[in-house]
Structures are given as C-alpha cells and as structure tokens.
Design a protein around this ligand. Structure first.
Ligand code: R5P
Length: 294
C-alpha cells in the first residue's frame, strides 16, 4: 500500500508537487470549524496499517497546531502504521534560550509537544543557532534538509555574476554553502538587534565586487528589516539593489510589500506558500522522505 499524504491548509501547492511523482496517495480529510471556533476533523481515506505523512505549514503555528494534533489523534484511533510530520518551516526555533529572566525556552517545549505525537519529523533549514542539531530538542528521528542546492540551482539560471551576502553572522551557514554550491564569492555582514523591529548592520567590504549582482541569503525573512538594512548598506557601498533570498518567507506585517517598494527582488522557497515563491522544495523533500519510508 502506498504511503498517504495528508495536506493541511496552506500547503496545497507543495503538496500537489509531492504527489505529482505518483509515489503517494492523497489523504482525504474533512476539516472545518464549528460555529464556536472548535475544529471538526473527519478522515475519509482508508488508513488502517498505512504509513502516514502529514504536510503542515507551521508558519503562524498557534492556529494550526490544534487541528494537527486532532488529526494525529484521529489517525492513531483508525489504526495507522506510523505518522511522520513534514513541516518545511519549523516554528518556534528562534526562542532557543532564555534571553531574559522568566522567559520560556519555547523551542524546547514545542519540540517536546511534537515529539510526543509523531514518529518522525522532516523539515528544511530549521533555525539552528544555539541549538546545533534537531536531536538536541526532538526525541524522535528528525531530518533537517538544506535548501542550499535548490537555491544554488535557481541562482545559476536566474542571476548573472552573483556575490552571495549573508546579512548577519547567523546567516553565514547558508550564505557560505550557497556560494560554494553556486561557485561564487561571498561576504557576511554583522548585525546588532535592538528590538523586534530595530536592527543595525555593519558596512561590508565589497569594493572588489561592484560589477557583481549582490544576493542576500538568509534562512528567514520576517519583518524584512535585516534584509532592508543590509540592502541599504550595500547601496551605500556602491552596489546595485540586491536579490533577497529567504528560505522561509514569513513576511510579518506586510514586509514583502515594503521590501518590493524599496526596489528589492524578493525570492523564497515554497516552504511557506507566498507570491514570492520561486524555488520548489518538492524534489529535495521527496529525496529526504526515502529515509523514513519502508
Ligand atoms: C535571525 O535570527 C534570522 O536568521 C533572520 O535573520 C531573522 O529572523 C530575520 O528577521 P527580520 O526579517 O525580522 O529582520
């Protein structure tokens, strides 16, 4: 019997891409809200003894997590063989330490919650910074795929003479690998954050690369301030407007429109469905899934 993929709302495009290869069946599900806002779940596929994959976009996770957990409970009751979670964007990874007294380390608690429910987890470029590997917080088999190759492939077809720029120290892990895969130079800037919406970025040393197309690469674009500050400094240094690539386009509070209004070309993977999606993660995820399926 083929494994069944249940596609949660918001991840339809990526889900259809995964199904296009023919290796999976599409799970049929009725998911709606009662008038009081509680979720109604009904599984319409025959799932007994089947390997289940749930594809769920965990951007803005609070509203998605409860229907997800209700689905897991329903599937377990229906006697499935196993349930894996494909969450191309893994939420809550940035609150990875107690920054101020009394704060919760949400990355740990969220990992504990998911580990209790699923048999395995597959994600793409989770924000691994102070947590170095998923298995430091997830107790189930977990794979963190990297979007480096799909990004490098996109670059080779779309951008001439790129120089990859990491907008802050944390982005070096993506910027350096994308540059290596794309065979081009890279620079990493340094960033100081003064609050949720205030960041200051150092001036880069790019005098030798003024004839290149700057490509800012980061894992997450949220308010867009990191990218916009970096872009402003590149311009001050005489570079042209950069292409901004984020693995995960969260785009808090209309930031995509602001970035575009600032003359930036913004490109993301389809980990979170968005008009800026240009890089398809389906081939990468299909390859990664082979490690979990029998
Ligand atoms: C930092 O921890 C991440 O790697 C990104 O640099 C950050 O999330 C981007 O946030 P924003 O778009 O709000 O500046």
């Amino acid at each position: 019997m083929k494994p069944i993929i249940f596609i949660m709302p918001g991840q339809e495009a990526l889900g259809e891409s995964l199904l296009a290869g023919g290796g999976f069946e599409k799970g049929v599900l009725e998911l709606r809200q009662f008038p009081d806002g509680e979720s109604y779940i009904r599984v319409l596929s025959d799932v007994a003894d089947t390997q289940i994959i749930i594809l769920c976009q965990l951007h803005q996770p609070n509203e998605k997590i409860l229907p997800l957990l209700l689905l897991v409970g329903t599937l377990r009751d229906l006697g499935v063989h196993s349930i894996g979670l494909v969450a191309p964007y893994l939420a809550y990874m940035r609150q990875d330490k107690r920054f101020h007294e009394g704060e919760g380390v949400s990355a740990q608690y969220f990992a504990r919650l998911l580990s209790q429910q699923f048999d395995w987890l597959l994600t793409v470029d989770p924000h691994l910074h102070r947590i170095h590997a998923l298995n430091e917080v997830y107790s189930i088999p977990s794979i963190a795929l990297s979007a480096v190759q799909p990004i490098a492939q996109w670059l080779s077809g779309q951008v001439s003479k790129p120089i990859i720029i990491g907008p802050d120290g944390e982005s070096e892990q993506w910027a350096s690998k994308v540059a290596l895969a794309a065979g081009c130079p890279f620079e990493v800037l340094s960033k100081e954050r003064f609050g949720d919406r205030e960041v200051r970025v150092s001036v880069p040393h790019v005098a030798d690369f003024l004839d290149h197309t700057p490509v800012l690469v980061d894992d997450i674009i949220s308010t867009g301030h990191t990218m916009m500050q970096a872009a402003a400094h590149l311009r001050e240094s005489g570079m042209r407007a950069p292409v901004c690539i984020g693995v995960h386009g969260i785009f808090a509070a209309g930031s995509l429109a602001q970035m575009r209004a600032a003359g930036l070309q913004v490109v993301t993977t389809n980990s979170i469905a968005d008009p800026s999606n240009q890089i398809d993660l389906a081939p990468l995820i299909l390859e990664g899934l082979q490690q979990f399926l029998q």
